[in-house]
Write a new protein. Structure first.
Length: 116
């Protein structure tokens, strides 16, 4: 699981909004609402471009053990989650921002999609 997160973060670090298709970016997400991988239709009215910029124009540092927790969904399902407390913008490395939440399910890491 830990090496999988390291591989996932390495994969994300080479992505950018310009070199990652909307479909490829969507495939990196897990819908907590559906408890399934996201599809393009799951974005609805939300701007995928805005999400791509927020998630891919940063460098994620490797988390500490304190960043891991277990999430139990009301509708069923338990996940291991990793909340990265900060991300460093690639174009402004001196201005860290709040990081993302990642979900481990099916032997794979995903960005967690929190749309409810």
């Amino acid at each position: 699981m830990i090496s999988g997160l390291s591989n996932f973060l390495a994969q994300v670090s080479i992505c950018s909004p310009g070199n990652t298709t909307d479909e490829a970016f969507t495939s990196l997400h897990w819908s907590l609402e559906k408890n399934a991988p996201m599809t393009m239709q799951d974005w609805g009215e939300r701007s995928i471009q805005g999400h791509k910029t927020d998630a891919l124009d940063v460098t994620y540092g490797f988390p500490s053990l304190l960043d891991f927790s277990v999430i139990n969904l009301e509708g069923g399902g338990t996940f291991i989650a990793c909340t990265l407390r900060h991300a460093i913008p690639k174009d402004k490395p001196t201005q860290p921002k709040l990081g993302d939440v990642f979900i481990y399910t099916g032997n794979q890491w995903y960005f967690a999609d929190w749309k409810f």
